[in-house]
Design a protein. Structure first.
Length: 74
């Protein structure tokens, strides 16, 4: 029995530093962008993320792509 994994959804998450709290620790916010084509190339998604971050007030400190997969047993 083999298990087949099929990508069904992708989300781009942009993490931005919004400031420092009263204890001196960095504060971050994450914005999620859904409806990313599952067959989109990582480099293209990265370029889009950078372009979107330039429109934001806070500096971009991280970018993640999260894929959701469906598992089916053959």
């Amino acid at each position: 029995m083999a298990v087949v994994s099929t990508k069904v959804a992708s989300v781009l998450k942009l993490t931005m530093k919004t400031g420092i709290d009263i204890n001196g620790k960095d504060v971050f916010v994450t914005k999620s962008l859904g409806n990313i084509r599952v067959n989109a190339v990582d480099e293209d998604i990265f370029v889009i993320g950078q372009a979107i971050s330039k429109l934001k007030t806070y500096p971009l400190v991280g970018m993640d792509r999260q894929d959701q997969n469906s598992l089916v047993m053959e």
